[in-house]
Design a protein around this ligand. Structure first.
Ligand code: SF4
Length: 646
């Protein structure tokens, strides 16, 4: 299987065993004060898992080029040492690694930002300073110095970041380059900086060292690089000495979703195909094209390669979800690969937020040193109460250590709130995550008891366990509001599981992440003509949804004419709607046939109280530990942590 993936290939002089790379992702591990231990462990695990080549997250070639405080700075000796350690660790694991040379330009924190022109950035909410020609020349020299350093540190290749709206891409786009000098004015002068960067790097590293360039085939912003100019850029980069082009689309300011779950697999492949055609037309048919974005399975990569649209495929998030995606697929165990959900909860959103990157379905990602793989051998008896995301993760981890695990779930199916998410169009993969986890638990011999609410009769066996993880999750809050006992008032779990029973006009008390998901579900079938109104006390609809996905969800709700009222005060639920005071202080009645309560969650306390009364010690995880900032990524991370700490 996957005959197109598992063919050797070359990027310049670098011979690779197959065609699947781990693409660059900023991790916020790069500058940890740990001597590079976490970074090295993270990449080494992906190398052991079979990535043909790993491209690091961007390392800034100078201080102005750092995308934030968590970016490795090639001028900082400690960061250089950490990167060198990562390269050695990858080699020791049998892998190959390229260093990405990065300059954020106007996407750097506004106080430092330098760019081709002083054009405001919605991403940083700041305006950069225009670079002088001296600063441009110095920056190109810094790219060259970075490449030389990569060689010295033992990297196998470099990749210049020239996409996603970062500095070199800002030069090519008319909207961000309004200069009229040697570095801007027409297409040739606008592409001069990226081409000169490749020339400078090639001159610095010599002919034999692989130089990749990550280019943007479509900026997806008004005034972005035109398609014919992107094609001409590809040829000019190859002329200048680039050994391969990694093809990207979109900027952080693009109004078009590129990597969210709503985007179909392989949606951007055609752009890689176009760049390949441009290279062939320009006499560079042997320069490989690397496709990226929205590939999550080897089957998709294989299909893309079979189509001839690309020579290699780069994936980033799927290597967070499962470092061994390649090894497992190669061994005929593709069904056991942890599938990336394109949720961005623990990866891209944290990367933006200067937080350590991890993964919802693999909370060890980014924490490999904290949670080292343990050899199986200890055999205790543990009980996990609750089979939602936290409980499933705790049970899987404990059973993986070799323990006997009993997993109790009060509902008649495992998965908890993941089952609600799975009903939302675009999030169907959540259901597969639950099914996969249940299969893993069965393979590990976990005793799963569904429909079992922990009762007094269970306490003696719990007391005899070596440890108990409490992962009973959350209950939906019923607000103190006149009218809540009325028959047309329901909790959000019921609305998710039986949306067909709701009336045509639905008012939702609440406007957080759950309410937004519910509105998406209720309006997914455009034929029902359902009118949905979200009523939020706070100011932000969808607060708590990560920045990379919230805007996509809100666009969808607007397109479906979902009413979103913020700053409201709830007065009462009536027989035919909800009475509120709106943000202007006006009393209004929102007509509704069904009123859904999605105003928050609280911890389920009965079981923990019973355990405490019986003197049984436990570790709480997920909603049972607290509801502040709770999401599925936090729940799985706490399940893992509980299993290691118990
Ligand atoms: Fe994929 Fe979500 Fe994990 Fe990110 S957090 S790697 S999007 S599953």
């Amino acid at each position: 299987r996957y005959g197109h993936v598992f063919r050797p290939g070359s990027l310049g002089t670098l011979r690779l065993p197959h065609r699947l790379l781990m693409g660059a992702m900023h991790l916020n591990l790069e500058t940890l004060d740990d001597g590079g231990a976490a970074l090295a462990a993270f990449y080494a695990e992906r190398a052991r898992g079979g990535a043909a080549l790993i491209v690091t997250g961007g390392a800034a070639v100078n201080r102005a080029g750092a995308g934030g405080p968590g970016y490795a700075l090639l001028t900082d000796p400690a960061h250089r040492a950490a990167l060198g350690r990562a390269a050695r660790a990858v080699h020791a694991a049998g892998g190959r690694i390229a260093l990405q040379l990065f300059h954020a330009g106007r996407y750097a924190p506004a106080a430092n930002a330098l760019a081709p022109s002083a054009v405001y950035s919605r991403f940083t909410r700041g305006t950069p300073r225009e670079m002088t020609s001296g600063q441009i020349a110095e920056t190109l020299a810094d790219f060259a110095a970075g490449a030389r350093l990569a060689q010295e540190l033992g990297f196998d290749a470099v990749e210049l970041m020239g996409a996603q709206g970062y500095l070199l891409n800002q030069f090519t786009a008319p909207v961000t380059n309004v200069r009229d000098d040697a570095w801007g004015g027409d297409a040739v002068r606008r592409r001069r900086a990226p081409v000169a960067a490749v020339r400078a790097v090639r001159a610095a590293v010599g002919d034999g060292f692989p130089v990749l360039f990550r280019m943007s085939a479509a900026d997806l912003v008004d005034g972005g690089t035109p398609a014919d100019e992107a094609a001409a850029l590809a040829v000019a980069l190859a002329d200048a000495g680039a050994d391969a082009l990694s093809v990207c689309v979109g900027w952080h300011e693009s109004p078009v979703p590129t990597v969210q779950s709503e985007v179909p697999a392989g949606a951007w492949l055609t752009y890689a195909r176009n760049i390949g055609q441009a290279l062939r037309d320009g006499g560079h048919g042997s320069t490989p094209v690397i496709a990226s974005h929205r590939f999550t399975r080897l089957a998709e990569a294989d299909e893309a390669l079979a189509s001839g649209a690309a020579d290699f495929v780069a994936m980033a998030r799927p290597f967070l979800a499962d470092p061994a995606i390649v090894a497992k697929s190669r061994a005929g165990r593709a069904a056991t690969v942890e599938q990336c959900l394109a949720c961005n909860q623990a990866c891209i959103d944290r990367s933006f937020g200067q937080e350590r990157v991890s993964c919802l379905v693999n909370p060890r990602a980014g924490h490999e040193t904290e949670f080292p793989l343990r050899t199986v051998g200890r055999t205790g008896r543990y009980t996990v109460i609750g089979a939602g995301p936290a409980g499933l993760e705790a049970a899987r981890t404990l059973a993986g250590f070799g323990h006997h695990v009993q997993l109790y779930e009060a509902a008649d199916r495992p998965g908890g709130q993941l089952n609600l998410a799975a009903r939302v169009p675009g999030k169907e993969e959540f259901a597969e995550t639950v099914r996969r986890r249940v299969r893993q638990l069965a393979d590990l011999g976990v005793e799963l008891r569904l429909g079992h609410r922990v009762a007094t009769s269970d306490l003696p066996s719990l007391a005899a366990s070596d440890g108990v993880v409490l992962a009973t999750g959350v209950l939906d809050v019923r607000p103190e509001l006149p009218g809540t006992p009325l028959r047309h008032v329901i909790g959000y779990p019921h609305a998710f599981t039986a949306p067909e029973t709701l009336g045509r006009r639905v008012a939702v008390i609440g406007g957080g992440a759950i309410a937004v998901d519910l509105a998406r579900l209720l309006t997914a079938d455009g034929t029902t003509g359902r009118e949905v109104t979200l009523l939020r006390r706070g100011e932000r609809i969808g607060a708590g949804i990560g920045p990379s996905t919230r805007w996509v969800a809100l666009c969808e709700l607007r397109a479906r004419r979902v009413r979103m009222l913020t700053g409201v005060r709830y007065r009462e639920i009536t027989r035919d709607g909800v009475r509120i005071t709106d943000a202007e202080g006006t009393e209004r009645h929102i007509a509704a046939d069904t009123v859904v309560l999605a105003a928050g969650q609280e911890r389920e306390l009965d079981v923990s109280a019973a355990l405490r009364r019986a003197g049984i010690r436990f570790v709480a995880a997920g909603g049972a530990a607290g509801t502040e900032g709770l999401n599925a990524a936090r729940a799985t991370a706490e399940g893992l942590r509980a299993a290691y700490r118990i």
